[in-house]
Design a protein around this ligand. Structure first.
Ligand SMILES: [Zn+2]
Length: 111
């Protein structure tokens, strides 16, 4: 079994890279749109840009939420409660922890 601390650290560095990449992409979108019209409603391209921007902003929110979840997971690991479902207290399946290292619930409680 892979060491959970190592897995959390690996996931954290991946997520940090993702946040940085999305942040730069979003900043680039704002920069390029500063030179075009602000009249999104009447400019078909403006609508597309606004849509893409909202999508990237949504992905960025998700990545930041994942970082917070990873922080919390590291705290649980330090306290010795990592890997236990926060709802029912049963151990979370190792496959689930491998796929979602920051998860706080077992499969049954996640439904
Ligand atoms: Zn549970």
């Amino acid at each position: 079994m892979i060491d959970p601390a190592g897995r959390l650290a690996a996931r954290r560095s991946e997520t940090l890279d993702l946040v940085e990449a999305l942040r730069r992409r979003l900043a680039g979108m704002f920069e390029s749109s500063a030179y075009t019209t602000n009249d999104d409603e009447h400019d078909p391209e403006g609508v597309t840009i606004a849509f893409e921007r909202a999508q990237v902003a949504g992905l960025l929110d998700q990545a930041r939420a994942e970082l917070r979840a990873l922080d919390a997971a590291e705290e649980r690991l330090a306290k010795g409660t990592y890997g236990a479902c926060t709802r029912c207290g049963h151990p979370i399946a190792p496959e689930r922890l491998e796929a979602l290292p920051a998860t706080i619930t077992c499969v049954r409680c996640a439904d």
